[in-house]
Design a protein around this ligand. Structure first.
Ligand SMILES: [Zn+2]
Length: 275
């Protein structure tokens, strides 16, 4: 097998390919959107954790039992935060439907156009807030938790402050509601984005090759967690579109940051905040 094919991150690619039949089959079976999202996210997490054991990029990044316990707790806490944000969004959607009963701008788009558009728009708000969180001390205070680990793996991808989870969900879903995307498009876009959020942190060997100009990869996102400020970019997770447009795209095939965690500038900012 040619090296270029062998060096791909197959567990990530197969997971993305499996989303299509998963979404179609669960729709056929009449699963609720919450069950499709929850089941898909948990299934993706377990799949990636399995491959982290079989094809780890760095042995020392394997999750220890105490860390798994911490990450499991955050998974539960953030599921509640996500549900709370969903509750607010449902209220806003009902309010919006009363104000403007006719279908929104995006309702009539063909699915092959609606889905990439929903993903691109759904990524824009969280991308902008993520950049802001690295520049404003008040927002960094909340986002910092996600950068504390000195290892990256699928389990600790869920390590985030609940407020971080809430603002990401609101920023992702509000544009969808405002533009009136249909339920199926929103569900598939949300599933893709949630799975990507885990996959780009996974400690699995390989890359997505040239596909990482279209789709977020672990090879790209590890740079975001670098302790070297100049290379700690790549704020997007699902897709690198906005990083490429706003000049924060770092792509160094076959390379990876030496150390991940919180970089010096962030520590100085934190000290200035809490003398
Ligand atoms: Zn960050």
């Amino acid at each position: 097998m040619p090296t270029a094919i062998r060096s791909l991150n197959w567990p990530h690619l197969l997971l993305l390919l499996a989303l299509w039949p998963y979404a179609a089959l669960t729709a056929e079976a009449g699963w609720s959107p919450d069950l499709v999202l929850g089941g898909g996210t948990l299934g993706a997490l377990l799949w990636l954790m399995l491959w982290e054991r079989l094809l780890p990029l760095r042995q020392q990044w394997q999750a220890r039992p105490a860390e798994l316990k911490r990450d499991g707790a955050f998974l539960g806490i953030n599921a509640v935060a996500d549900a709370a944000a969903g509750f607010v969004l449902t209220g806003l959607a009902l309010y919006g439907a009363n104000l403007q009963p006719e279908a929104g701008l995006a309702a009539g788009l063909p699915p092959l156009l609606a889905l990439p558009l929903a993903i691109a728009l759904g990524e824009l708000g969280p991308f902008a807030l993520h950049r802001l969180a690295h520049r404003r001390p008040w927002a960094w205070r909340i986002h910092e938790l996600h950068h504390r680990p000195t290892k990256l793996n699928a389990a600790n991808s869920v390590l985030a402050h609940p407020l971080n989870v809430i603002w990401n969900k609101l920023a992702r879903v509000l544009p969808w509601l405002l533009l009136g995307f249909d339920q199926t498009t929103m569900l598939w876009a949300a599933l893709f984005m949630q799975v990507q959020g885990i996959a780009v942190h996974a400690n699995i060997r390989g890359s997505l090759g040239p596909l990482d100009r279209l789709i977020g990869s672990a090879e790209l996102h590890r740079w975001h967690h670098s302790v070297i400020e100049a290379e700690a970019h790549n704020y997007g997770t699902a897709i690198p579109l906005w990083d490429q447009l706003f000049g924060s795209y770092v792509r160094r095939p076959g390379e990876q940051p030496r150390t991940v965690g919180i970089f010096g500038g962030q520590v100085r900012a934190a000290k200035a905040r809490d003398p």
